[in-house]
Design a protein around this ligand. Sequence first.
Ligand code: FMN
Length: 179
Amino acid sequence: MNKVRIEKGTTLCRTRPCMIITTLHENGIVNAGTFGSYTNAGPQEIAIAIGSSSHTYTNIKRTGEFVINIPHIGIAQALEICGGNVPITESELDKANLTTEPADEIKTPIISECVANVECKYWKELKVGYHILVLGKMICGHLDKRYVDEDGSIDVVKARVPFSIRYPSPIYAVLANAD
Ligand SMILES: Cc1cc2nc3c(=O)[nH]c(=O)nc-3n(C[C@H](O)[C@H](O)[C@H](O)COP(=O)(O)O)c2cc1C
């Protein structure tokens, strides 16, 4: 893994690019879902609005853990695949041609091709209409060495991470410096 380990802070998620959450199904297959409605809620805390009928929510409740994976625009197609309905006997990651590697502190694997990964434990939740606002606590994170900016955060311009500026029928955008 050509990534530096980040112990502190949800700085990887502060800027809110689209993310792919990996969780484990009961059968051991890795589930991957796309999420864009979230915010960092503290230095180690993150709040994500997750549909109550999603595999992601079911798996988080059963296992108590999940991984946030931040893609780059080159693999943005994976956001569409992981945003679709895939049965629990298959992994979205196979369809998206993505691979995994073990996490440091939890059983759920991280996506190798993503520029950043945050290992999280379930903390608590709040029902908000159809969605459940799931609060997680970051255990540790990994950030591609090429995209660490001067204050240790992810350089979202250099990493070309996709943001979803419309949903449904998402349009994905990357940021650029003004100069
Ligand atoms: C760009 C994008 C953003 C999305 N954001 C969210 C979100 O914030 N919350 C949510 O519940 N679903 C969101 N979805 C829809 C889920 O990805 C979709 O329901 C998916 O099937 C969930 O996967 P799962 O059942 O494997 O957990 C988003 C989809 C896309 C393509």
